[in-house]
Write a protein that binds this ligand. Structure first.
Ligand code: SOE
Length: 379
């Protein structure tokens, strides 16, 4: 058993989700690497220490450059806000570390491209945390599509709805609300929520050729969490776009933080010539499937409870019929990443796949400004 020494940067929501995955993975997946939680890094020493103690990290750093310089760290996990992803990833690649990076990869596609070049030049294993691919029901959707069950795809539809920023008093900037500060986040829901929908869509339905987007910022000014001063808001609060995929299918996508009542409603639907698929994050262990080729008297929507031993990832968990949840998608991602290292077959989404999503988000933002359809640039 080899050791895989992890140094994580960031201790927020994603720091916790990743740490849980690092801790659990060897309990459930047979791997040749033992994950060791070597060091946690954050600017606030006391908070980082508390985080390290909670999750069992052996040591603490307050400067990510020192973490990267350490010989006893194999893998750098970037769970920090978007504006520092690139700088850290470039330094980590130069130091020959494996890198896991929170989504979106960069602040924009140009920045992401520098990250792709850095990891490819250094030949270091790399991956972006688009975790929803590894919800078993979503992975099952991919299997059904790859088996040709849907036939030619006509439509792709996705939405990711939240409601946590409707109040104009919610600040921008600061630890819990940096996603509202354009200088830290890069964009609003386009890079945050639509990015998930786009990553899943590119994986399930192939490349997107062109988009027509619209965005809106409903609250124009917000106090900054660190200074208390009101500042113009630079992020998009809501974003929707039409898309044409390379395979000829048409698509609609929508994300917002202004859909009262919705906390994290991610739903996608795909309609093919033979069959359709629907997945809903609120019912994440189910896949809705309709197959027109079923005999007429039993034809109808099936609700597949994705919890059986032959369903993706499920053999690793409990007995058939017992479902798993959100956090397991991160465990699966670490398991696949490590298997990738062991087999030499890099697990996706790599940084290059992350760039593909950022090229789409760039095109949406460009289209929202120009009022025209925009082609998605090639990476
Ligand atoms: C935003 O609220 C957020 O936490 C995203 O940043 C995550 O990527 C998404 O999975 C849940 O919502």
């Amino acid at each position: 058993m080899k050791s895989l020494n992890v140094g994580i940067i960031g201790y927020g929501f994603m720091g916790r989700a990743h740490s849980n995955a690092f801790r659990r993975v060897n309990n459930f997946f047979p791997l040749n690497h033992q994950v060791i939680l070597k060091a946690a890094c954050g600017r606030d020493a006391a908070r980082t220490r508390a985080f390290a103690d909670t999750w069992g990290y052996e040591s603490v750093e307050t400067d990510w450059k020192r973490l990267i310089a350490r010989d006893d760290i194999d893998l750098i996990d970037i769970a920090a806000p978007n504006n520092v992803h690139a700088e850290i990833a470039l330094a980590a690649a130069r130091a020959g570390k494996m890198i896991l990076c929170e989504k979106p990869l960069g602040m924009n596609a140009a920045e992401s491209l520098t990250m792709v070049k850095a990891v490819e030049k250094a030949k270091v294993p790399n991956m972006v945390w688009y975790n929803y691919r590894r919800i078993p029901a979503v992975t099952l959707a991919k299997q059904l599509i790859d088996e040709g069950k849907l036939g030619k795809v006509f439509h792709y539809r996705a939405k990711f709805l939240q409601d946590w920023t409707i109040n104009a008093d919610v600040p921008q900037g600061g630890p819990g609300t940096w996603r509202l500060d354009v200088k830290v986040a890069g964009s609003g829901v386009t890079g945050d929520l639509l990015a998930h929908c786009i990553d899943t869509a590119l994986w399930l339905n192939g490349g997107i050729a062109s988009v027509s987007g619209m965005t809106e910022t409903f609250v124009k000014e917000r106090p900054h969490a660190l200074t208390g001063r009101k500042q113009k808001v630079g992020i998009d609060d809501a974003s929707a776009f039409l898309a044409r995929f390379n395979n000829g299918s048409l698509a609609t996508f929508e994300a917002t933080r202004y859909a009262r009542g919705h906390k994290a409603l991610y739903v996608f639907e795909i309609n093919g010539e033979h069959a359709s698929i629907v997945w809903d994050l609120h019912d994440l262990h189910r896949l809705q499937y309709f197959d027109h080729r079923d005999t007429g008297n039993v034809r109808g929507w099936r609700s597949i409870h994705v919890s059986d031993g032959d369903h993706p990832y499920m053999k690793a968990w409990w007995v058939p019929g017992l479902q798993i949840g959100y956090e397991h998608s991160f465990v699966h991602q670490v398991a696949d990443f490590i298997q990738g290292i062991e087999t030499g077959k890099s697990a996706a989404p790599t940084f290059r796949d992350g760039l593909a999503t950022d090229l789409v988000t760039d095109a949406i933002l460009k289209s929202a400004k120009s009022g025209r359809w925009e082609k998605v640039r090639k990476g």
